[in-house]
Design a protein around this ligand. Sequence first.
Ligand code: C5P
Length: 335
Amino acid sequence: MSPVHARAVTAVAPAKINLHLGVGDLRADGYHDLLTVYRAVDLWEEVTVALAEPGGDGVRGETGARGRDSGSDDDDDEITVTVSGPGAGQVPADRTNLAARAVELLRSEAGSDARIAIHIRKGVPVAGGMAGGSADAAAALVATDRLLGLGLGRAALEERAARLGSDVPFCVRGGTALGTGRGEELATLLHARVEQHVVVALADGGLSTPVVFAELDRLRAERTDLPRAGGTESLVQALAGQDPAVVADLLVNDMEPAALSLMPALRRTLRAGEEAGALHGMVSGSGPTCLFFCGDREHAIRVAAEISETGVAREVRITHGPVGGARIIDGPGAG
Ligand code: C5P
């Protein structure tokens, strides 16, 4: 039975992939205009927000570390972060964490002085170009909204999400959507029903998103012949059809040359996927994760096994999309 007042709420939010990622020139505000087709896939971040007892220590993660070096604020203990799961050690467990920033945003909006303990269970590769940190923020927004009884609707949550990061609104919304602006302006593609089965090849190490954008600017200044993605009309049309192979032919990522320039070993990964018979292989977002699109789940299992055998990837997973956006899985009103 759900208590009337939540003491803890758990929400999940999905990873994203970009089926089309067209990057414009650097803007005056330091961002790039994007034209992208986002798709949410079945890899999830799980975030629990819990009201900590006054004077208590908050929740502790099994493998998590208490927030440290969180600045000189005297309210250091008001929000604590613990992290568990693959790559947890690389995630900041302080108030620079995007989930902590999401909680802080809603807490100050509510005028609340509640002490809130955040626990993050990682399911999305860290610094992998799949919006793991953005998914943390999305799940934290949805969970905190419920914990503090704010009752913000989807649109209001997405507006808060856009303040936290370009990919965060999409992690709230899920499905398949056209993204413009710096990626935060969304239009859901309701007819994008072709399901995709995707092999996800994780690399050793991560790539920083701003560093990859800067590398793209550098390459473009050097080489004016670098290809640029065109419009999304054909892809949108193909997504409304039946055939994953037609969709696969239209996938494009302007950031790929920059990710390959910073991490040349990814070329071997892409070659391995091609040799394994994937319909299409490409770098995911800013990388370094590589994606291999397959015809169906059985095809994906075969491709994943072959890529695994070559040893080019740190880890190989299979996923599929589209899936929904951030949602509460535990706490009042869950399910
Ligand atoms: O929006 P977010 O905080 O996730 O972006 C991180 C960084 O990635 C930005 O500070 C910017 O350097 C780069 N970025 C960009 N253009 C975008 C999105 C992100 O240049 N559309």
